[in-house]
Design a protein around this ligand. Sequence first.
Ligand SMILES: NC(=O)C1=CN([C@@H]2O[C@H](COP(=O)(O)OP(=O)(O)OC[C@H]3O[C@@H](n4cnc5c(N)ncnc54)[C@H](OP(=O)(O)O)[C@@H]3O)[C@@H](O)[C@H]2O)C=CC1
Ligand SMILES: CC(C)(CO)C(=O)C(=O)O
Length: 302
Amino acid sequence: MQVAVVGAGAVGCYYGGLLLRAGHDVTFIGRQPHVDAINAHGLLLDTNTFNGRLPARAATDTHALAPPDLVLVCVKSADTEQAGRSLAGRLRPETSVLSLQNGVDNAPRLNAVIGHAVIPVVVYVGSEMAGPGHVRHHGGGDLAIGPSAASEALAEALQAAGIRTTIAEDIDRTLWSKLIINCAFNALSAVAGISYGPMLEVEGTRDVVTSAVQEAVAVSRASGVSISDDIIEQILKIPAMMPNQMSSTAQDLARGKPSEIDFLNGYVVRKGAELGIATPTNHALQVMVKLAERGKEFSGRR
Ligand SMILES: NC(=O)C1=CN([C@@H]2O[C@H](COP(=O)(O)OP(=O)(O)OC[C@H]3O[C@@H](n4cnc5c(N)ncnc54)[C@H](OP(=O)(O)O)[C@@H]3O)[C@@H](O)[C@H]2O)C=CC1
Ligand SMILES: CC(C)(CO)C(=O)C(=O)O
């Protein structure tokens, strides 16, 4: 398959790397340092079971991109429209476009700018860019892809590349369940600079997490997405399962990058306002992260 990865970062290089290794023809669209490193030395794919350089093509824009069979959109949620615009007019009708992003609205936002069907994907991986053109895998890697006429064939191709893939018939529920986990922990980990294990030991944190989850569940249900009643019990088990995890929001703040908070707790706040559901806990968490981002900007200027 001819594959284009838009957003050559932690997720794009990991899944693009696995597809490359399986013999697919992958082009990475990303930022200059990664593009230069990939073109000069190949993609360095660094996992527990494989560590090696894979020759690949990379570019900073889509101008020379031949219409691919498959596109993986792997940018942060704030970059979705820009990434989508770069694809408009460059796809064949049969090209499959997958959104491998956190948040629940990236696929429709992409669809609105590309004018092409986009399949939402929930990504269960831990990966990071350890250097230019160097992706490091920390764990996981399963994908849950939304249903479509192409999904069976795509899942087979992904499986054949070593990517455990399921088709989530109720993809909205799967997307929202991940969003609700993000609403529970991402902001708290970011503002406190704390990993998940010690977080719940602090008095009151459990109440804040519970309140954020209850609000998000109310908004998802009012949006027509059914979430199981035991979600809070399941979510409160997560810190014991990944005690050393810092949220992606915490990692964004630590790197001085804008976070996706407006598309996590912020999405729940916006959707709640539309539906007449109060979301004060999610709002407070969103604002605390925005303040922390602003604080970093100020301390950078001093
Ligand atoms: N990393 C992980 O383990 C996981 C990530 N996710 C989700 O996956 C998505 C991607 O995250 P992740 O891979 O970590 O992010 P990264 O920041 O590592 O990768 C995205 C890359 O795309 C670049 N980029 C942004 N816009 C464009 C564009 N228009 N054209 C080309 N390149 C562009 C970014 O550059 P720049 O930084 O300069 O903007 C960055 O290098 C997010 O929604 C995230 O929440 C989900 C599960 C796990
Ligand atoms: C670690 C996890 C799964 C939950 O917060 C995550 O998705 C993130 O940090 O964005």
